[in-house]
Ligand binder design. Structure first.
Ligand code: MN9
Length: 289
């Protein structure tokens, strides 16, 4: 399997002027590499991709490549509403030496499936990098059927799916139909469910600060110690429940700030955490890390 394992969907640190803080981004990458993550998913939802300018997305792609290339696998999320822009980002990632690109389906305008197909094929025709389909229907509003996604996977350039959905039946059907493709679980709170239904690993946001727990869950699962894996998933889910209560990315940044990596806050329209919410989160989460 090409991408087995745990991939951190990197958050974006912002400085006090709301600019991308590349110095802290490097720190975050090193912090995760030390924990043994298999790679990074760069410029995804967790990175606040759709709140970033095009130039900022490029800057992040470059900063991560400069520090991590050759040390782990690098996946560039190049998804945009516009095919032209997605192609430009994909070419940029290719020049930087990324291992793969990934893209959400073009959204907002309710494109037809023919238009979505044309978007993906234009990208893979433009670069010499494999594509991982980013399936996140609740955020994108684009619902592709198992057959439609399977249609992409028949082409060798489409090497897998990042499945951010709780439709585990779909995951199983992908794996059964395409055993050699990479299936990445998307929701960290159901990582073990994903593994049991055919996922090869995961791409997740909470890995930014607790990757070691997911590496352990996968190790336990691979060693057939499902009960111990479930126990650890239960622990992790107490943390994720606390994050969901205050806002996942806001909370993740607060935790990392507390750990000494200066992430700043999330970008507007996200609102900053209130002092009370932050205190409550830190009090719940820190003893469990
Ligand atoms: O990258 C992330 N998905 C989104 C995957 O941010 C939409 C997940 O890691 C979630 O943040 C996490 C909490 O729901 O599972």
């Amino acid at each position: 399997m090409l991408y087995k394992g745990v991939y951190t969907a990197l958050l974006t640190p912002f400085d006090e002027n709301d600019n991308v803080n590349t110095q802290e981004l490097v720190k975050l990458v090193e912090f995760n590499l030390k924990k043994g993550v298999d790679g990074f998913y760069v410029d995804g939802s967790t990175a606040e991709a759709f709140l970033l300018s095009f130039e900022e997305r490029k800057l992040i792609l470059k900063t991560v490549a400069d520090v991590a290339k050759g040390r782990c696998k690098l996946i560039a999320h190049i998804g945009c509403v516009s095919t032209k822009q997605a192609v430009e980002l994909a070419k940029y990632a290719e020049n930087l030496g990324y291992d793969a690109v990934s893209s959400v389906a073009p959204f907002y305008y309710k494109f037809s499936f023919d238009e979505i197909k044309n978007y993906y094929f234009t990208i893979v025709d433009s670069v010499n990098l494999p594509m991982i389909i980013y399936n996140i229907p609740t955020y994108s509003g684009v619902n592709m059927s198992v057959e439609q996604i399977g249609g992409f996977l028949k082409d060798e350039r489409f090497i897998g799916v990042k499945h951010t959905s709780t439709d585990y039946f779909a995951l199983r059907r992908f794996k059964t139909a395409f055993p050699d493709k990479t299936l990445c679980n998307g929701f960290d709170e159901t990582f073990l469910a994903g593994l049991s239904m055919g996922a090869d690993g995961a791409i997740g946001s909470t890995f930014n600060f607790m990757a070691e727990k997911f590496i352990k869950i996968q190790e336990l699962f691979d060693n057939n110690d499902v009960h111990a894996a479930a126990k650890l998933q239960e622990e992790v889910d107490i943390i994720i429940a606390a994050l969901c209560e205050c806002g996942v990315m806001q909370g993740e940044k607060a935790i990392l700030n507390h750990m000494g990596i200066n992430m700043g806050t999330t970008r507007a329209p996200f609102l900053p955490l209130s002092k009370e919410a932050e205190e409550k989160l830190i009090k719940t989460v820190m003893p469990l890390l």
